[in-house]
Design a protein around this ligand. Structure first.
Ligand SMILES: [Zn+2]
Length: 354
């Protein structure tokens, strides 16, 4: 049995690091959250822009980036803008020049702080046109809001991702050179859709969608998230596409902490908080699914590619220097970190960072 492995230090291409300005008593503090990803075995992070207020200007993005970098020395933070009426086409150019190359599309009302998101996709075609010219990236929360569909369509949390596919088809065919990433893929139909697109379309996968199904999230509110974890077959499709070495899929943790008191309220917000132990959890999941080690105990390329190669290549980013060594040493995930309940709280996983 292999008891020690060394992995390239990796990228988490989807994380929520929350507020650096206080908006209410319960808001999570970016200055506490930013270092957790480094402790979890990662070095570079794509920080999501759904703050209050959302990030819609280059100046805001750079101010946020500065706070994150100061809070987590050694970390690299890539910044994203929030697609909405307040984000102008001209601002995209300024952002691109400043290295802010990512734009997040939240259909209105589908998840945390998405109320000011997109209601009419075609309204943003001038943005997509400019992004395509500049080589910027469009990251999409791909779930169809109920308000976009007739009632007869049966849109709810288990079908919302599948019903978003026609919207994606339109964007892809109208902007064939636009680089598009479908975030937190959760269903077999979306895996199949992405796998059969061309090289400009990719998808991120979270740790929690690899480990849980709908039933788990009905019991434990720390697992309540969007998109909802789905069936065992959907989860298997995610594992299989990673196992197959498909370059169009890479890690985005979607780590999204909320105060435990809010998660336990009757209006449970969506988000799974996975950043602190992310790499040991991934190693645990990959080993459980025979995706970590080969027959002779050698480390397979599957996990290194998933955490450090495929996403970086798609985004044309430099390779990171450095490695992380993990040992087979059981660790119990804490019940609370900065007032939030982490993914797999109270559970024991087999691996720890050395
Ligand atoms: Zn997210």
């Amino acid at each position: 049995m292999t008891n020690i492995i060394t992995l390239p230090i990796g990228d988490d291409f989807h994380t929520h690091l929350r507020q650096f300005k206080k908006v209410d008593e319960l808001c999570m503090d970016a200055r506490n959250l930013a270092p957790l990803g480094l402790q979890g075995g990662f070095q570079r992070f794509l920080a999501m822009p759904n703050l209050k207020p959302p990030i819609t200007s280059t100046a805001q993005a750079l101010e946020y980036q500065k706070v994150l970098e100061e809070s987590a020395p050694g970390g690299t933070f890539l910044m994203s803008m929030y697609l909405c009426n307040d984000l102008s086409v001209e601002e995209l150019e300024t952002a691109h020049k400043a290295g802010v190359k990512w734009v997040k599309l939240y259909p209105s009302g589908v998840t945390t702080n998405s109320d000011g998101g997109v209601d009419d996709i075609e309204e943003y075609y001038p943005h997509f046109e400019r992004m395509q010219e500049l080589g910027m990236f469009l990251n999409i929360h791909a779930e169809l809001p109920k308000s976009w569909a007739p009632e007869s369509l049966n849109v709810f949390s288990m079908t919302a991702e599948a019903f978003f596919i026609p919207v994606l088809q339109d964007i892809i065919s109208d902007f064939p050179d636009l680089k598009i990433v479908i975030e937190h893929v959760s269903s077999r139909v979306m895996v199949d859709f992405i796998a059969t697109r061309d090289r400009n379309v990719g998808g991120t996968i979270t740790a929690h969608h690899l480990l849980t199904i709908l039933d788990d999230s009905l019991i434990d509110r720390s697992l309540t998230c969007k998109p909802t974890p789905k069936s065992p077959d959907d989860r298997q499709a995610l594992l299989d596409v990673i196992d197959s070495g498909n370059k169009k899929f890479w890690l985005g943790s979607d780590s999204a902490p909320h105060p435990t008191s809010k998660k336990l309220s009757y209006a449970c917000p969506c988000g799974v908080f996975s950043s602190l132990n992310l790499l040991p959890i991934l190693v645990h999941i990959f080993e459980q699914n025979n995706m970590l080690l080969g027959e002779n105990g050698e480390l397979l390329n599957t996990l290194p590619n998933f955490i450090s190669k495929y996403g970086r290549e798609f985004y044309k980013l430099p390779e990171l220097e450095g490695t992380v060594t993990l040992v087979r040493k059981p660790q119990k995930i804490p019940e609370s970190i900065f007032g939030a309940t982490p993914f797999l709280h109270g559970k024991t996983i087999d691996w720890s960072i050395k």
